[in-house]
Design a protein around this ligand. Structure first.
Ligand code: UP6
Length: 252
């Protein structure tokens, strides 16, 4: 079976965030999401400025920013997202009952609901635990990239049932192929390394497009730890797009 193109997926997309992601991918000829796993506001904004033109989304772990301040961190970050036309993906990986997730999403100092275009969530809390993410898109964690993960075949099957049936869900994070009804996001992508000595396992963009028919690659250290993050984002953008085009031609 050959994969669907971004154009085909855009025609079938129901959720406004799926549409925006696919439109941005086509407009920028990019399927790259940069993971900004840096710990200060300055590093976060500098990285966004450098990689902004080449990415479709910036993925944050906002709770690792030591000097977080809504006015100083989020306001300028949103301005950069508008300037360079990328979305904000908060990788919160919610994993609790619906009521608690709702509080974590709307309250505290981060107020994720006010600025994230889409968020990641585990589905371990069941279908209704995702109801609170009304104004954003949810990317469900189906399978993890780390060695020894408990996201076994049977877990992934059950997680997918929730992801495919919940109206707030736009996609899944996985290291395995998933049905094309939702978008596939794949982290654990690096051109130089095969692991990080802490359980992370890496594949190349070519591999994940060819074997998983992924839609979007998520790259952290391959970009922000590189000597030249701007150049690295161009390299991953080009490699990702080339791998996508190749995957349109080849059958799996
Ligand atoms: N991430 C994974 N694997 C998963 C889910 N999420 O690596 O299964 C996230 C990590 C990190 C990023 O939390 O932010 O993707 C990968 O970063 P790296 O490229 O530096 O390894």
């Amino acid at each position: 079976k050959t994969r669907s193109s971004y154009e085909q997926k855009l025609q079938n997309a129901q959720h406004s965030v799926s549409k925006k992601l696919l439109e941005t991918a086509l407009a920028k000829q990019s399927n790259l999401i940069a993971s900004a796993d840096v710990t200060t506001t300055q590093e976060l904004l500098e990285l966004a400025e450098k990689v902004g033109p080449n990415i479709i989304a910036l993925k944050t772990h906002i709770d690792i920013i030591s000097d977080f301040d809504y006015e100083k961190t989020i306001v300028p970050l949103k301005a950069l997202a508008t300037k360079y036309q990328f979305l904000l993906m908060e990788d919160r990986k919610f994993a609790d009952i619906g009521n608690t997730q709702e509080l974590q999403f709307t309250s505290g100092i981060f107020k994720i609901t006010d600025w994230a275009d889409f968020v990641t969530s585990q589905v371990i809390g069941g279908f209704e635990s995702l109801d609170c993410f009304k104004n954003v898109g949810v990317v469900a964690i189906i399978g993890m990239s780390s060695k020894g993960t408990l996201t076994t075949n049977s877990y992934r099957e059950e997680a997918l049932k929730i992801a495919l049936s919940h109206p707030n869900v736009i996609g899944g994070v996985s290291q395995n192929a998933i049905p094309e009804d939702i978008l596939l996001f794949t982290p654990g992508v690096n051109l130089a390394d095969s692991g990080d000595g802490k359980g992370q396992q890496y594949n190349t963009p070519e591999h994940v497009f060819q074997t998983l028919h992924t839609d979007f690659i998520i790259v952290g250290r391959g970009i922000y730890k590189s000597d030249n993050p701007e150049q690295a984002s161009i390299t991953y953008k080009n490699e990702g797009w080339r791998a996508y085009v190749n995957s349109l031609e080849k059958k799996v």
